[in-house]
Design a binder for this molecule. Structure first.
Ligand code: DGY
Length: 323
């Protein structure tokens, strides 16, 4: 087949209907990610690929698609799974889905901050053991967010700013790494700190930067050693930003008070050493998993494809090449 739209995985129903309405042949994958062999087979001859973060869209896949490929529309704001330089070198537009998932991801982040600080997941697990218990003044106490606790936001982009807004609603003091993005007055209502000072000054550190060669293992032994003793770490960005071995060392010594992880270094593999740790909260990459959010992400990806195939600027291109 040539000139088709290859949808690597089943999208939301409304988005699948929008794909059908593009008026091109469609090759659609299953709910689960395609194998590498299926990806290489089904991309051959495609004019457009709608991918998710589980597929590696590298030079080999772009070459397998052939010269008719015009756009890779990733259903995620992150696009570390796409070799953008290789795509641009082949005149292929890459798009992502920024904006529509900020609130959902920020909501989950605050949920994880609360779960960690107030030991919600641990309390839930405890009750399910059936262990006899009675209320006590010293029982399962945790960090009071609204008693002046400080949240450090690494990556003050759209999602980081949405997290900061929510944290202020909990009366937290908010630090953020500096940004060159123009900010509204409300968005400036945080204290900007370079990374070492932010790490040293926060009770809870939350990650909202993209995964790039510069941020790979940004949170390593050195960064963890700079954090306040007993501080908490939340990662809803990308697993590779945190060095899992270093994290486990910091948790084992008690240097780090706890961690909430929605993303993992070798996703979907979860390091089994994390599983028995009571001070660790784990969720399966749920940041954007709101019904309406997922639908908005999928529909935006289809809009990007429609635009490129009809020769106009797509709503959310990545990098320099579009249209
Ligand atoms: C993204 O959009 O990058 C998220 O990780 C997917 O929910």
């Amino acid at each position: 087949m040539t000139g088709h739209v290859y949808v690597t995985r089943q999208l939301t129903d409304d988005a699948m209907a929008a794909v059908a309405a593009l008026g091109r042949p469609v090759v659609a994958g299953r709910e689960e990610p395609p194998s590498r062999a299926e990806l290489l087979r089904d991309v051959a001859g495609a004019a457009a690929v709608i991918s998710t973060l589980t597929e590696r869209l590298d030079a080999a896949v772009l070459d397998a698609a052939g010269p008719g490929l015009r756009v890779v529309a990733n259903v995620a704001v992150g696009y570390d799974n796409v070799d953008v330089a290789a795509a641009h070198a082949r005149d292929v537009v890459v798009t992502n889905t920024p904006g529509v998932l900020d609130a959902a991801t920020a909501d989950l982040t605050l949920g994880l901050v609360l779960a960690l600080a107030r030991r919600i997941a641990e309390g839930d697990r405890f009750l399910r053991t059936g262990t006899p218990w009675v209320w006590g003044p010293r029982m399962m106490t945790g960090l009071d967010l609204s008693a002046g606790a400080t949240l450090g936001v690494i990556g003050y982009g759209r999602i980081g700013r949405a997290v900061a807004r929510r944290a202020r609603g909990f009366d937290m003091r908010v630090l953020a790494t500096p940004t060159r993005t123009p900010l509204t007055e409300e968005e400036q209502a945080v204290e900007f700190r370079e990374l070492p000072e932010l790490l040293a000054g926060s009770d809870v550190v939350t990650l909202h930067c993209p995964l790039t060669p510069q941020t790979q293992h940004l949170i390593d032994d050195g960064a963890l050693a700079r954090m306040r003793p007993g501080a908490l770490l939340v990662n809803t960005a990308r697993g590779g930003i945190v060095d899992t071995d270093a994290l486990l060392r910091a948790l084992a010594t008690g240097r780090l008070g706890g961690a909430a992880l929605d993303v993992f270094e070798d996703e979907p593999h979860v390091d089994p050493r994390l599983l028995p740790l009571e001070q660790v909260v784990l969720t399966p990459h749920l940041g954007s998993a709101g019904d309406r959010t997922r639908s908005a992400m999928c529909r935006l990806a289809v809009r990007n494809v429609a635009a490129v195939l009809s020769g106009v600027e797509p709503p959310t291109p990545v990098g320099g090449l579009s249209g």
